[in-house]
Write a protein of this length. Structure first.
Lengths: 237, 49
């Protein structure tokens, strides 16, 4: 595919991404209905436990987004394909949005259950560092104007972020922490009643769909911005 | 016999409001970036006609 065909697709990609994420928002409505009407109230935590159906899928989407930034960053350093860099940038920005959900719903759950909004335990602190690292990643991208230099430097930061992800997942085993241990992504069978597990799985699918929609739209926007730069450049020439 | 579950619905409500506000806000941001890009493209094309 030549550059003109590739950039010509930008509008279609943006539209597809925005539509896909709009469908994701309808899915979020379904998650609300399932969480509020279908799943039982947890006896010890009360209805605040239902925050779990948003917090866990948001954490999943954020960690998926940041892992893919690192992986595509490593692939970019090897293959030098600008599509990989464009994807990394899109995934990092979307990951920051999902992290914002994770880092606000977490303390809202913690206050009634732990009695405090925040505690500096390993899982929470590492997650906050990961969030700051990717805010820094976006700031770095905004500060560098040479596309090749920007892609190379940000790929290295993305790989450093990827290294934090397994530590975050394993932190509840490695350190003494208040954060609950995994109840689905663990070696033994999930320890949840079937209604709760189904709602969590539907919510995870919906958040993944939102991630795909957002990244698609953001990727298309980067493509459209490059097309504009190319057209401006050709006007000058 | 189990005790009554704690009454903490306000926290759940806060989380269920903040989530679509953040994600919906991001969607609107993407939509506006697209609209601005298109508007600028249209403005640049006008003098050429």
């Amino acid at each position: 595919m030549n550059a003109i065909e590739q950039y010509g697709n930008a509008d279609r990609i943006i539209r597809r991404g925005l539509r896909l994420s709009a469908v994701g928002f309808l899915g979020l409505l379904l998650v609300y209905v399932l969480a509020l009407k279908y799943t039982p109230v947890e006896a010890r935590q009360g209805v605040a436990q239902k925050i779990f159906y948003l917090h866990v899928p948001a954490a999943w989407s954020a960690l998926l987004a940041f892992s893919l930034v690192g992986l595509t960053g490593a692939l970019y350093l090897w293959l030098q394909d600008p599509r990989l860099d464009r994807f990394s940038a899109a995934s990092a920005e979307v990951g920051v949005a999902f992290s914002a959900v994770m880092l606000t719903t977490g303390p809202i759950w913690a206050k009634p259950i732990w009695g405090t909004w925040w505690t500096w335990d390993a899982r929470l602190t590492l997650t906050l560092f990961l969030f700051f690292l990717f805010v820094g990643y976006l700031a770095l991208r905004a500060a560098l104007h040479d596309p090749a230099e920007r892609a190379r430097f940000s790929a290295v930061v993305g790989i450093l972020g990827l290294l934090l992800v397994p530590f975050i997942h394993l932190s509840v085993y490695l350190f003494r922490t208040l954060h609950p241990q995994p109840i689905v992504l663990k070696p033994s069978a999930p320890s949840l009643p079937p209604e709760m597990l189904r709602t969590l799985l539907v919510s995870t699918l919906v958040f993944t769909l939102l991630y795909i929609g957002f990244v698609t739209a953001r990727y298309g926007l980067a493509l459209a911005a490059e097309r504009r730069e190319l057209e401006e450049g050709s006007d000058v020439r | 016999m189990f005790a009554e579950p704690p009454q903490n619905g306000g926290y759940m409500l806060a989380a269920y409001i903040v989530t679509p506000v953040i994600l919906g806000g991001y969607w609107v941001r993407l939509w506006r970036r697209n609209a601005n890009l298109k508007r600028r493209e249209r403005e640049e094309q006008l003098p050429k006609r």
